[in-house]
Design a protein. Structure first.
Length: 495
């Protein structure tokens, strides 16, 4: 036969030979076989692993990579005709199931407990750890499935490895002296974040959680996913291993968006944010690294092609509103773009603005950023660069830098209309005039000239109290009060 036939026969023999078959081949009485081979599963595989676990796992992993043989073919190649099977598995899954059976067998675990030196590391690793690493890699890649209780074992294994590294890090620095250790951390911080072994373990942990899935509160129970109790254990594992991104992913999968967003707000900036096909995740790359991960998270979830349900979108808005001060203080334009893109309703804007009422500078920064975004969208649609909003944007730039000057919204015209709806509310317009008087007086007049939704008499009082006389004069002119307007103009010139 061909190479695949030989491969199927060898793997089939390893998996399906019985102790009696081995005794016959070795020409020994059955009772003289080692106890582990008699009591445990897959005796031929145990024999191979007893020589060198790492080498055996590496060879077997290479054998099943990209190979689509099924269990019936393995059985037939080994002379074990397929019995009545509940399902037909691929070769990789059959091999993983065999490894799991060995790990769950006490005698077999003792047989795997020998030290096996991995070729890429000078440190010795137990055979069980080698097998767990192998299964974890396949599960994270979506090539196999495991039951939730074994998935919990894999997650614990990964977290334990990370904890060992976490404990070892201060010990490594102990011999350097405080100044040298601190300097090394600051100089190599980005490199450590981008490619450290602990980061690789966290990414593996996160992929495992995503592959297995979790049962959320109130959702229909899925026995293939982590139970509520198992999820609580995994949350604690992520905390103890200092896996903040994995912790955020766990909260998200549970549907706890406020907790997930809170985790992302604490994260350092992503070193290698992967752009989606339409580039929306560029919204994560911001001036404020403290929340770049948060914007990436929300844009990815809401901009995933309609995958989020109405209930999920509403829950995410509640999370955004609760975190409004943190988001706006870090990047007001990013926040405005996010709301214009996914929550353009006037009620959403009003509620969000109300959440910022404790800090008037944040209210000002948010509304100014929204107008700046409208300017960019209008110019992108061929709007006049002399638009009044453009003047406001130039005159009233907030002290914050945005993550992007590019138009990211997929429907610019809709965003422009949405912003018009926001500013058409008299309460919002009046609030913004008051904020401009307080934080950027030179931008009040351009705004008043281009918008007419505000209460003129109310704004006259605001401008008068702030001594913004050119704007106050303009409002009097609108009411036909020319003499008062002239007095204010003269006063402004004298100043």
């Amino acid at each position: 036969g061909g190479p695949d036939d030989v491969k199927a026969q060898l793997l089939g023999l390893l998996l399906f030979l019985t102790p009696r078959d081995l005794a016959r081949e070795w020409r020994r009485p059955l009772e003289q076989l080692p106890p582990a081979l008699l009591a445990g599963p897959h005796p031929a595989l145990q024999v191979l692993l007893s020589v060198d676990v790492a080498a055996a796992v590496s060879v077997l992993g290479s054998a099943v990579a990209g190979w689509d043989a099924v269990e019936t073919e393995l059985r037939e190649a080994a002379g074990r005709p397929a019995v009545e099977l509940d399902s037909v598995l691929v070769a990789t899954q059959v091999l993983v199931n065999a490894f799991i059976h060995l790990l769950e067998s006490n005698d077999s675990v003792r047989n795997l407990g020998m030290k096996s030196v991995d070729a890429s590391s000078s440190a010795a690793t137990t055979g069980s750890e080698v097998v767990l690493d192998f299964i974890a890699g396949l599960l994270a890649a979506g090539r196999v499935v495991v039951q939730s209780n074994f998935a919990l074992r894999l997650l614990r294994h990964v977290a334990d490895k990370a904890t060992v590294l976490l404990v070892a890090e201060p010990a490594v620095e102990a011999g350097e002296g405080p100044g040298m250790a601190e300097g090394r951390r600051s100089e190599q911080g980005a490199a450590v974040k981008a490619g450290s072994p602990r980061e690789a373990l966290e990414r593996l942990f996160e992929r495992l959680v995503t592959a297995v899935g979790v049962n959320g509160e109130g959702s229909r129970f899925d026995p293939d996913k982590l139970s509520l109790q198992e999820t609580e254990v995994v949350l604690e594992l992520a905390r103890s291993a200092s896996f903040p991104r994995a912790l955020a992913t766990l909260h998200h999968l549970r549907g706890d968006y406020p907790a997930a967003l809170a985790c992302h707000l604490k994260l350092l900036p992503l070193e290698d944010v992967e752009a989606t096909n339409n580039g929306r995740r560029r919204a994560a790359v911001g001036a404020s690294g403290a929340v770049s991960s948060a914007f990436s998270y929300v844009w990815s979830f809401l901009g995933n092609g309609g995958g989020a349900t109405a209930a999920q979108r509403a829950a995410m808005y509640d999370a955004l509103r609760a975190a409004a001060p943190e988001l706006v203080s870090a990047d007001p334009e990013a926040t405005a773009q996010l709301l214009l893109a996914h929550y353009p309703g006037e009620a959403h804007a009003a509620a969000f603005l109300e959440q910022l009422s404790g800090d008037r500078r944040l209210q000002y920064a948010f509304l100014t950023a929204a107008i700046r975004h409208k300017q960019a969208l209008t110019q992108g649609l061929g709007g006049c660069p002399d638009d009044g909003d453009c003047k406001i944007a130039d005159a009233a730039r907030s002290p914050y830098r945005s993550y992007s000057s590019a138009t990211l919204h997929p429907a610019p015209a809709a965003a422009v209309v949405a912003l018009g709806g926001w500013m058409s509310q008299p309460a919002v317009a009046n609030t913004y005039v008051q904020l401009l008087c307080e934080f950027e007086p030179c931008a009040v007049l351009p705004f008043l000239e281009q918008h007419h939704e505000y209460d003129v008499r109310h704004c006259i009082r605001l401008c008068g109290a702030a001594e913004v006389w050119d704007a106050e004069a303009y409002l009097h002119e609108r009411l036909g009060e020319w003499e008062t307007a002239l007095v204010l103009h003269l006063r402004n010139v004298e100043r």
